[in-house]
Write a protein that binds this ligand. Sequence first.
Ligand code: NOJ
Length: 613
Amino acid sequence: MTDHTRHAQTNGSEPPRESPVRHSREPRRDKHHNIRQTARRRFPRPAWLAYARFYEVYPQSFADTNGDGIGDLPGVLDRLDYIRELGCNALWLNPCFDSPFRDAGYDVRDYTRVAPRYGTNDDLVALFEAAHERGMHVLLDLVPGHTSEEHAWFRASAQPDPADRTVLPDGPHPESPDSPIDVSERYIWTDSWIAGGDGLPFIGGETERDGTYILNFFKCQPALNYGFAHPSQPWQKPALGPDALATCEAMLDVMRFWLSRGADGFRVDMADSLVKHDDEGKPFTIRTWQYLFSKIRPEFPEAAFVSEWGRPHESMEAGFDMDFYLDWRWGGHPNGYNLLLRNTDTPLLHEGDASYFNTDSGTSIAPFLEQYLPQLRETERADGLFDLITCNHDTLRTAPRLTERERKVAYGMLLTMPGCPFLYYGDEIGMRYRPLPTQEGGYTRTGSRTPMQWDSGMANLGFSTAPAGQLYLPVDPDADAPTVADELARQDSLLNWAHTLLTLRTGRAALTADAGFAVVAAPEDGRTFAYLRTAATVAPVWPAQGIAAEAAIDAPADAPAVMLIAMNPGRETEYVELPDGIGTSPSIALALGGPAVEDGRLRLPPQSFAIVE
Ligand code: NOJ
């Protein structure tokens, strides 16, 4: 989900506003019919991303150490070794800042203070340090497009007397360290209590200031002011004008605050939402990000930025290192990612689900590639990364709709494709989506945010010692709810499969995030999908911190430069011709479901997966 004004919520819960679906394998042409060239980045992508394998932690639901029924930062720290052992070496932590939690923390009240329910700023710094000691990196969640309506900036900007609309700066402020800052224009205020929002969602009647204000998402999330592409009303400020730049400075101070304390970068919420009434292709939002990166990159060259944008041809130009292939499904129209795992309007039913990884769907991988490949190539031209997720906090988990075997084949792909893989907490054990009443603005998303299931022999499956009724959300009550302890003990478990895939990726140049990708088989009338991953011809740059040690330990000296990855999620045996480059005596490095090399072909029985080198 991205810009509220243009995009719908995932999973079809809002009506479509604009189709994201593109049907061509050709690079998109601009209105002057030139093939668009994605510019290479101005600042190099941090080298550590090539080997990064992310684990998304929803802090509310991961591990509760103080028995108050909600997860906390010491809980994440306690479980770092688990995440590391699983094979992930980086975290994305959902917002953990002070908030009234009307949108689960995406309504930030204070960007520079950890929410007391999660711990303290010192706890977060301790987490950074513990992660770095283990060669891991931590991305925080930056919400630049809006704040909570309870943020001090908003409360000051809502004052009736302009003289009262000031706050003290949050972070280091070179020009005036201690003098108050005028935040009159920090948000988008119209000039009258009765004014409409010029087509944008707005609120009136809530404050004493004689004006209405523009929203970015929920009612509790007023939009920060990055200006308008083409101001057409007196209250609309120009993008990149003085007021918009003042907002940029404030957000840069937020970034500096955490990067200087050890954060390794940010996942950026609704990154495409900054400039209002932007033109097609978001040129003003792109220029705003270019400005932000021109300031922050030289100060923190190792910091990584991944955008919630979902259109890499735009996000790469803006200067992001990575973009997510977001899950979009509007009015029954799936995007490429949705075709893989969630191509259904009944997300709990196996029957009728047309997802590629549903064994019985009969669908081909070709429509996915039709949408994915042009975007991957655009990302590659910009030297960026296009990331696939198993799920996230906004998306419905695939269990119980897909079976464990179906998820195993799916993870085989998701964890070996280009870009950095993102594993959502609990997906490694097959945690299930649960239809639950909404909590903290979660609505249909709530069922994907339940407590992590550690051990069936412990209270609340090991998540918390609080009475069950005090938990943030109820744990899965099923007697067969999967847990980490059970999955570790079962040799052929989903967890052990995810672990094998993630660790295979470790240190293998052919499986880095930026290794080459070429389709070998994607028949329109068959179920196979096979591709080559190829190490860059130049030797990979081993990053200085952490990952170098990991690569030295885990990377076999003779790791092959080319790997064939192949799968068959269907019910019939299929075959793939072994392509040139896979060597004269190919061997199967990883197998699921009995694949075999026979007479120059790879035989893929039903529901099978293979890595051949
Ligand atoms: C996207 C986040 O992923 C989602 O959880 C949040 O509700 C909206 N942005 C608003 O910040």
